[in-house]
Design a protein around this ligand. Structure first.
Ligand code: TEU
Ligand code: CA
Length: 563
């Protein structure tokens, strides 16, 4: 069995690029591969080790590339395969690894497999998907009661063969049937294809929903994600990832991070324990749910700080000695973090809010991910009306949420505050028209605050959020305690502070973060009193007496203590 030895990602920081919104090179208002290539020096300047690119494959863009029509060609708006090769080469020449998005739970309905399957019940591709007759005498009822992540039934009628097909996401994203050996072999071929193109890893989209219970039984309940107990960590999921690992991930030395839907630590262990040979790490969501009900981001609640801290504590402790993990606050599906998690978008507290969150995140155990624009403190909240939104999920929610009893004004407000488009607005490079992202009106509105929040301004200011990130990345690099240390939370359930310690051999890293805009007293734990301590990084430049001092608004300070 091929075994991987080089776990480079444990000392790495990864930068996520959302290609559609990163840099447009040809003035069509859509980011593209030449645009990405032109920004490699910028990405390199951050000090990160790798990039993760959201999907760049051929796609009709019902879900911005997460609906793939051909896994081995490039979306025409983004460029060509030749340009893609040039990009991979350019990243490698800059010393950056390339992680591609692997979206295999579903294809686009415009994929050749689906087009063949849809038309002809005898097609060899028929069983690549889940086609089922309707229930009832007249076959008019959906095959089961499952609902889609994007709202409504998970079944869509197919007039060509008078039956239905399953789609856990949009109706343009039919689910692949991993019970079919041919599908398994096809996706392994896709992995091999990209491995041979020289990429260094995969971010596995909704990796834990790909194996469905045989016969697709009805689900319980009726609110959200009806049917989930029949596909979350489904019957053959481990077998599948073991095969992917042997035949692709380990064989080609690919790093993997699985996007884990509704994951718990006891289940996670079976995927990421190193001797299981499945995945390297997971993206989990608990901390994202500290400001919503039932894990549904549009059901708003006041930020619960204790829940937030507890989710870090829970994952840090349960993965210790077990397997690796990832650290993130933002990605293309989550609202921007500044303005969330008790921070605020205001002249006074924007920068310290951003740098506090980054500092708090970075000293946990795991690989930190930065989402494009996070490093300059880009904000959400640009949209004034839901008509400005482009995201499939948001558009569907407008229709489906009211049907579930969520009042329309409420869902509209939620979408303005939290829809995924909030994180997908074009990257703010400078204060020229369209933020230097494009010469033309972009596919999605630029946040008007680009005239102040942009890379150019951040570059010019040594104390900017951007320059703080650079410092933070450097400080973390090669630090054995950050990589290997144990984790202990030390804030006594404080309503204002998050304090944790990481310990490795005789070194402790102590991270102290003030999650409020008020000054807060801090007293050092007895066990560290009078031990040699050294400041590692802080987002206020000042000296304090570590034994007892007052934290400034959103201040974060990290010390190394010898014990
Ligand atoms: O996301 C899966 C997922 O769980 C989210 O769609 C989640 O339901 C949503 O963000 C809640 O608001 C992945 C991708 O990251 C996402 O962009 C895709 O739309 C989705 O899979 C389908 O491929
Ligand atoms: Ca373009």
């Amino acid at each position: 069995m091929a075994k991987r030895r080089n776990r480079w990602y444990k000392d790495a920081v990864i930068y996520q690029v959302y290609p559609r919104s990163f840099q447009d090179s040809n003035g069509d208002g859509i980011g593209d591969i030449p645009g990405i290539i032109s920004r490699i020096p910028y990405i390199k300047s951050l000090g990160v080790d790798a990039v993760w690119l959201s999907p760049i494959y051929k796609s009709p863009n019902d879900d911005n590339g997460y609906d793939i029509a051909d896994y081995t060609s490039i979306m025409k708006e983004f460029g060509t395969m030749e340009e893609c090769r040039a990009m991979i080469k350019a990243f490698h020449e800059a010393g950056l690894k390339v992680i591609m998005d692997l979206v295999i739970n579903h294809t686009s309905n415009e994929h050749a497999w689906f087009e063949a399957a849809r038309k002809d019940p005898k097609s060899p591709y028929r069983n690549y998907y889940f086609f089922r007759k309707g229930r009832g005498k007249k076959h008019k009822r959906k095959p089961n009661n499952w609902t889609s992540f994007f709202g409504g039934s998970a079944w869509e009628y197919n007039p060509d063969t008078d039956d239905y097909y399953l789609h856990l996401f949009s109706k343009k994203q039919p689910d692949l049937n991993f019970g079919n050996e041919a599908v398994v072999n096809e996706v392994i071929k896709i992995m091999e294809y990209w491995a041979k193109e020289g990429i260094d890893g995969f971010r596995c989209d909704v990796f834990n929903v790909i194996s469905k219970a045989p016969y697709l039984p009805n689900g319980e309940g009726h609110f959200a994600l009806v049917g989930k107990e029949h596909y979350l960590n489904g019957p053959h999921v481990h077998e599948l990832y073991k095969r992917f690992n042997q035949q692709a991930f380990a064989k080609y030395d690919l790093m993997t991070v699985g996007e884990a839907v509704m994951m718990t630590p006891d289940v996670a262990v079976d995927y990421i324990k190193e001797d299981r040979e499945e995945l390297d790490m997971l993206f989990t969501f608990d901390h994202q749910d500290a400001d919503n009900h039932l894990g549904i981001k549009y059901l708003r609640k006041k930020f619960n700080f204790e829940q937030f801290k507890h989710s870090f504590e829970k994952w840090q402790r349960s993965m210790e000695g077990v397997g690796w993990t990832s650290l993130y606050l933002e990605n293309h599906d989550q609202p921007r973090s500044i303005g969330r998690f008790n921070t605020e978008v205001s002249k006074e507290y924007h920068d310290v809010g951003c740098t506090m969150l980054a500092t708090m995140l970075f000293f946990h155990r795991g690989t930190p991910y930065i989402y494009e624009g996070e490093e300059i403190g880009m904000t959400g909240g640009a949209f004034k009306d839901v008509s400005e939104l482009r995201d499939r999920e948001a558009i569907n929610m407008l229709t489906y949420a009211p049907k579930l009893g969520v009042p329309k004004p409420y869902i509209k407000k939620s979408l303005l505050l939290r829809s995924r488009d909030n994180a997908r607005t074009p990257m703010q490079w400078d204060d020229s028209a369209y933020a230097g992202f494009s010469k033309q009106e972009p596919w999605l509105k630029v946040n008007p605050n680009y005239s102040t929040i942009n890379v150019k301004n951040n570059e010019a200011d040594p104390n900017s959020v951007l320059n703080y990130y650079r410092k933070l990345i450097k400080v973390r690099k090669g630090n054995e305690t950050v990589i290997n240390g144990t984790y202990t939370r030390l804030d006594n359930d404080s309503k204002s502070l998050y304090v944790y310690a990481r310990k490795y051999e005789h070194e402790v890293i102590l991270c102290i973060a003030n999650f409020t805009k008020h000054e807060q007293p801090f007293t050092l734990m007895d066990e560290y009193l009078n031990k040699p301590a050294k400041l590692l990084i802080a987002n206020y430049e000042r000296e304090v007496n570590l034994a007892s001092f007052t934290l400034k608004p959103y201040e974060a300070r990290v010390y190394t203590i010898t014990v």
